[in-house]
Write a protein that binds this ligand. Structure first.
Ligand SMILES: Cc1cc2nc3c(=O)[nH]c(=O)nc-3n(C[C@H](O)[C@H](O)[C@H](O)COP(=O)(O)OP(=O)(O)OC[C@H]3O[C@@H](n4cnc5c(N)ncnc54)[C@H](O)[C@@H]3O)c2cc1C
Length: 315
């Protein structure tokens, strides 16, 4: 519970505070409980001020890779707006505010006749979420375009990290503990005749045909194991259409777990654990969840650390 003194100090930063703010519409899965205190920051100074007051925050981008606990998130939930969601385009690079939506970034670069954000085509997150997740597609990954990342550390210090210092790997980064991404510098190149835009459009048409985009999901629930695809394994194990309450595994793409109406976050969690266990029992492959759990879930809610110890061993 945040104390009155802490809330007063947070208010003094100029950030907008909303207690017990619903997050349901702010998360792609459309479930989960409220934020104890939603804090909207619009400037770097406000963000530094917040980080000087509290030692732990939960940042919410577009919630397109986040499963929020049904009881909500205790403490401060940060939304990055204003100058922290702005774009500055230079000749061969751009500084992208962490709160900027990736589709807006792509549109703005198209208008400017510049290429550089293609890896984010069809990824519905923010720049900050893309850094943290090293988001990517067949057109590349965040790490291919990022030159440096500005973060605010607990206490309020601003640090600029090289791409190497971000520790990027497949759908993963290793930023300093508790760091909030404030902006990222990405490399740009001229695209005067829109060739990359045309390539992207073809890519998006294929995605629309193969992904269930009409129901709430978080995209891929699991990362692809080396040399295979999580969707193929889940399908081969007969999991398409498997349902727990309102949570169901898509018939179109088995790595998409859908809120089919009224699903709770707990139902989605149970479906993830079940699918992971079945795949392990039938194939021996331990899938790694891509989705991030936000809120107070307790230790290892997806059973990742314990593996699938209580499963029947394969073979
Ligand atoms: C339909 C659909 C398709 C998708 N397709 C793809 C795809 O092709 N490729 C892909 O990589 N992903 C894909 N995703 C997943 C998702 O869009 C990406 O992981 C995206 O990068 C998440 O960004 P976000 O802003 O929504 O982050 P959130 O979901 O809000 O947050 C994700 C994590 O990042 C943290 N975070 C967010 N912003 C910051 C910040 N500024 N500072 C510190 N921490 C932060 C959060 O606390 C959380 O731990 C898809 C999702 C959907 C719903």
């Amino acid at each position: 519970m945040l104390s009155d003194d802490v809330i007063t100090a947070l208010g003094a930063t100029g950030a907008k505070l909303t207690p017990q703010a619903s997050l349901t519409r702010k998360a792609y899965w459309k479930c989960g409980g409220p934020a104890e205190l939603l804090v909207e920051v619009k400037t770097l100074a406000q963000l530094q001020g917040v980080m000087a007051v509290v030692d732990r925050v939960t940042v919410l981008g577009r919630g397109s890779n986040a499963l929020i606990h049904d009881a909500g998130i205790s403490g401060v939930v940060l939304l990055l707006k204003g100058e922290l969601a702005a774009l500055e385009i230079a000749e061969d690079h751009a500084w992208v505010g962490a709160g900027m939506k990736l589709n807006a970034l792509l549109n703005r670069l198209d208008q400017a006749g510049m290429a550089g954000a293609e890896p984010f085509s069809g990824v519905p997150g923010t720049m900050g979420g893309a850094v943290v997740m090293n988001a990517g597609t067949r057109l590349g990954e965040a790490k291919d375009r990022i030159e440096s990342v500005e973060v605010v550390l607990p206490g309020g210090a601003v640090v600029t990290l090289t791409a190497e210092e971000c520790g990027f790997s497949y759908r993963h980064s290793a930023l300093p503990a508790g760091a909030v991404v404030s902006r990222a510098k990405i490399a740009l190149s001229p695209d005067p005749d829109g060739a990359r835009m045309v390539q992207r459009e073809g890519f998006l048409v294929r995605r629309k045909a193969t992904q269930p985009l009409d129901k709430p999901s978080c995209g891929s629930t699991f990362t692809n194991p080396e040399g295979d695809s999580a969707g193929r394994l889940l399908d081969a194990c007969g999991l398409k259409g498997h349902r727990i309450g309102g949570a169901v595994i898509s018939e179109l793409h088995a790595n998409f777990f859908l809120n089919d109406g009224g699903a709770s976050s707990e139902e989605l969690r149970q479906l993830i654990v079940h699918a992971r266990r079945v795949v392990y029992q039938q194939t021996g492959v331990l899938l790694r969840p891509e989705v991030k759990l936000l809120g107070d879930w307790g230790p290892d809610p997806l059973g990742v650390d314990e593996g699938c110890a209580d499963s029947v061993q394969p073979g």
